[in-house]
Design a protein. Structure first.
Length: 59
C-alpha cells in the first residue's frame, strides 16, 4: 500500500458533513494526487536558483 499523505479522519468527516460517503479507493487516489502535486512543486522549485522553500507559487 502506498503512503497516505492526508489525515483520513479529517477528509472523511468533511465528506460526511457534506452528506456523502467515502469510497474505498478515494483516500488512496487523493494521496496519490497530493504526492504528485508535491513532487511537481519540488521540481519547479529546483528550476529557481537558490530556492529551498516551497511556496504557493510552486503549486
Amino acid at each position: 500500500m502506498a503512503e497516505t499523505f492526508v489525515v483520513v479522519s479529517k477528509v472523511k468527516k468533511m465528506v460526511k458533513e457534506a452528506g456523502f460517503r467515502t469510497g474505498s479507493d478515494y483516500i488512496t487516489t487523493l494521496s496519490a494526487k497530493i504526492e504528485e502535486t508535491v513532487k511537481a512543486s519540488i521540481e519547479k522549485a529546483k528550476q529557481a536558483a537558490n530556492k529551498k522553500t516551497l511556496g504557493a507559487e510552486d503549486i
